[in-house]
Structures are given as structure tokens and as C-alpha cells.
Design a protein around this ligand. Structure first.
Ligand code: 5GP
Length: 211
């Protein structure tokens, strides 16, 4: 596979959606964003096939039975899953594909694709996270409280991610994410392309010196 599989996770409200939109706008040839299926109800302003493919729980279960997902998980009582086909197609085209998914899904991806890059976006502080959640005013206070409880659980698992980036200054964070992806891709290419060739050269040199 030529493209890189990139998982971007982060506490609800940390701004990862805005970061990913901007990454795609700036580098349209390099990135594609996977669109997940979910059994969650659409929020105001969300469009079918843009933010998500909205499914009933039964439709979602059918997709699981048909092995249509790369990974899937239950979050906040709703089903979320990454459809396989689009991801494979983009990877084959050499495009880096971004999965903006929660942490359980991230671990499923890493176990299937050890080459995948797992990034976790954190806020500068817990207080700032609460501010951001309230500011976007898409959730009720009870939902916000629930999402913060979820964040407590997730906080203990972050260390299993490859990199953690802080979304304090938007531009810096965006740049760091782009650089990490470029470096990971380059390193993977160098490892594959040169490691064996270099080994053969070293074998040739050392065997000559032993003669
Ligand atoms: P929201 O309901 O706020 O759009 O998303 C809730 C959480 O589900 C977010 O952390 C989001 O990243 C995650 N999510 C979205 N799509 C998927 C998916 O396909 N798989 C998994 N595992 N999580 C997802």
C-alpha cells in the first residue's frame, strides 16, 4: 500500500475536525478523509455522506455482518465504523487517508496495520476543553458532562498512541501533524526501499574483508 493510514483521535471538542478540514484544504492531493457510518442521529447542519453515512442500528449491524468495516466501535451508545472500500482505494492511489475515530477504533487499526500512524490531539488544559465544548453549543450540558467523563477514560490510554499533539496554537498544531505524517511516510519508504539493499552491500563489503 502506497498511502499512509493515519488515525487522528482526541477528546470530544478538542478541534480535530477543524484541523482535519484545514489539512485537506491545504494539501488536497496528499490527503483524503474517510467518511464513517454511524447510527447516531444527524446534528443540525450535518449532511448525509458529508460528515457521516447515517444508518439505523439494524443497517449498521448488517454492514458488520457483511464485513464492510475496517474497524467499528460503540461510543456514547452509538455505533461508528470505517467503511473498508474507500480506504483501500485511496491507499492504493498513494493518498494518505485520515481516520478521525475514537480510541478503541484506533487500537483495532494499529493491530491490523502496524504501519499506521496514531496521533492524539489534546487541549492545552481541561478548562479549555470545557470552554470549547460549550462554545460549539451542539450538545446539552448533560451530554457535555458525559463526554468529559469519556475523556477521563481516554486520558489513561493516550500513551499507546504514537504521537500526542497539543491544539493550542492552531497553525503550529496543523504544521506538526503534517510534518509527522510526512516523516512517517518517508521513514517507511526508506526502510522498505533501502534496508535490504544496504544489508546486501554490507554483506558484500564484510565478506570481502574477511577473505
Ligand atoms: P461525534 O458523534 O461527536 O461525531 O463522534 C463521536 C466520536 O466517534 C468521535 O471521537 C469520533 O472521532 C468517533 N468516530 C467517528 N467515526 C468513527 C469511526 O468510524 N470509528 C470509530 N471507532 N470512531 C469514530
Amino acid at each position: 500500500m502506497k498511502g499512509l493510514l493515519v488515525v487522528v483521535s482526541g477528546f470530544s471538542g478538542v478541534g480535530k475536525g477543524t484541523l482535519m478540514k484545514e489539512l485537506l484544504a491545504r494539501y488536497p492531493d496528499q490527503y483524503a478523509l474517510s467518511i464513517s457510518a454511524t447510527s447516531r442521529k444527524p446534528r443540525e447542519g450535518e449532511t448525509e455522506g458529508v460528515e457521516y453515512f447515517f444508518k439505523t442500528h439494524e443497517e449498521f449491524k448488517k454492514m458488520i455482518d457483511e464485513d464492510a468495516f475496517l474497524e467499528h466501535a460503540v461510543y456514547n451508545g452509538n455505533d461508528y465504523g470505517t467503511p473498508k472500500d474507500f480506504v483501500y482505494q485511496k491507499l492504493e492511489e498513494g493518498v494518505n487517508i485520515i481516520l478521525e475515530i475514537e480510541i478503541q477504533g484506533g487500537f483495532q487499526i494499529k493491530s491490523q496495520f502496524p504501519d499506521a500512524l496514531l496521533l492524539y490531539v489534546i487541549p492545552p488544559s481541561a478548562k479549555e476543553l470545557v470552554n470549547r465544548l460549550r462554545k460549539r453549543s451542539t450538545e446539552s450540558e448533560a451530554e457535555i458532562f458525559h463526554r468529559l467523563q469519556q475523556a477521563v477514560t481516554e486520558a489513561g490510554l493516550i500513551e499507546n498512541y504514537d504521537y500526542v499533539v497539543m491544539n493550542d496554537d492552531f497553525e503550529i498544531c496543523l504544521n506538526e501533524i503534517h510534518q509527522m505524517i510526512c516523516l512517517q511516510k518517508k521513514s517507511r519508504m526508506l526502510r522498505k526501499k533501502y534496508a535490504l539493499g544496504l544489508r546486501d552491500e554490507l554483506v558484500a563489503i564484510t565478506s570481502k574483508e574477511n577473505e
